[in-house]
Design a protein around this ligand. Structure first.
Ligand code: NAP
Length: 336
């Protein structure tokens, strides 16, 4: 079988594809024939040496992937051969709160999914909804769970309330879709006005071009009466505007402090003084969160947005395409 391994942190140069022996499962393990994987911002940070958690040398990259089980260990009880599964981001975090003993991540400190056959403990995987094809099914582990927790984790927004999402990456588009499932109204902020129609088709009630209107906060607040929940994926370019757009007691889920260039958020004192907004953080989510999200995806037959699919042999091109930033949804690597 073929597998990618990470050797160093010098960008896509450190992605090495090699021939390996197909793994045999230990008693509690499953072997997954990986049919597709997808990229997240953290995967580009990992290959560039800017991710806060140090990856294990020689790790198989990528947390997100989907495939069918082709072998199981003697003691496996959760799955059977043929089941369609995906992995859980913090593989050991099953439920409740995270702690220092649960921070291992697929594709960083544990072997991930950019391989033809992945080996996982049976506790690290969940079954996939039937209505998703392999490419769609490979998008959920990181961006899907993050968006699910960002939208539902701190008190589910009520129907009719306003949710604001920023950009067109995986997290923003899943957050838009989940907010619409809950009956919320959504403002989508994009730096590329050409994406407005696609954002409206996904359900955005109002689309704002941050290129045409960099100081969009006051206009959004005026048009909506104030945003109830902001899914803040923009960083320093958008944080102040998110605060201005929010209601007095709004909620901002802060998913990043930095933009792709490494610049950090600043909090202007005048803004701080006139807002009572709650600012919270999340770390993706647990396996229970992944299962809850998949129930919603399955019930509503929600289709993740796939931007572009690359062949397995062109994983480095997929990383480079993702890194240039002009994406709409998830960048997928085919594994079939
Ligand atoms: N805390 C957590 O648990 C957690 C989990 C997952 C992700 N995150 C964070 O959430 C953020 C979103 O992640 P993501 O994977 O969904 O998407 P992403 O790749 O970071 O976002 C892509 C979108 O950002 C906008 N963008 C504008 N300028 C960009 C540039 N120079 N480079 C790249 N993108 C640019 C683009 O939207 P427009 O063209 O529409 O402007 C693009 O479609 C990241 O900062 C990530 O680190 C946090």
């Amino acid at each position: 079988m073929q597998s990618y391994r990470l050797e160093g942190s010098n960008g896509t140069e450190c992605l090495v594809m090699q021939d390996e022996v197909r793994p045999e499962p230990k008693p509690h393990e499953i072997v997954v024939r990986v049919r597709a994987t997808s990229l997240n911002r953290r995967d580009t940070m990992i290959i560039n040496g800017t991710y806060p958690l140090t990856p294990r040398r020689g790790i198989v990259p990528l947390s997100d992937g989907a495939g069918e089980i082709v072998a199981i260990g003697d003691a496996v009880t959760r799955f059977a051969i043929g089941d369609r599964v995906t992995g859980s981001y913090f593989a050991r975090w099953i439920d409740g709160r995270i702690n220092a003993g649960l921070i291992d991540q697929l594709g960083c400190t544990l072997d991930g999914m950019l391989t033809e056959y992945a080996i996982l403990d049976e506790q690290w995987a969940v079954r996939l909804p039937d209505h998703l094809d392999w490419h769609e099914a490979a998008t959920l582990t990181c961006a899907g769970v993050t968006a699910w927790n960002a939208v539902t984790g701190a008190g589910i927004p009520k129907p009719g309330q306003w949710v604001l999402v920023i950009g067109s990456g995986g997290v923003a588009l899943f957050a838009l879709q989940f907010a619409k499932l809950l009956g919320c109204r959504v403002v989508a902020v994009t730096s590329r006005a050409g994406k407005a129609n696609r954002l409206r088709t996904l359900g955005a009630d109002l689309v704002v071009s941050s290129t045409d209107l960099p100081e969009w906060g006051a206009a959004v607040r005026e048009q909506t009466g104030g945003i109830d929940l902001v899914i803040e994926t923009g960083g320093p370019a958008t944080f102040a505007q998110s605060l201005i757009a929010s209601t007095l007691y709004g909620h901002i889920v802060l998913l990043t402090l930095q933009d792709p260039k490494g610049r950090s958020i600043e909090m202007p004192a005048a803004l701080y003084q006139r807002s009572l907004a709650t600012i919270s953080r999340i770390f993706v989510g647990s396996r229970t969160d992944l299962e809850a999200m998949l129930r919603a995806v399955s019930t509503h037959r929600l289709k993740p947005v796939v931007d572009k699919v690359f062949p397995f042999a062109q994983a480095a091109e997929a990383y480079r395409y993702f890194q240039q930033g002009d994406v709409f949804g998830k960048v997928v690597i085919d594994g079939s």
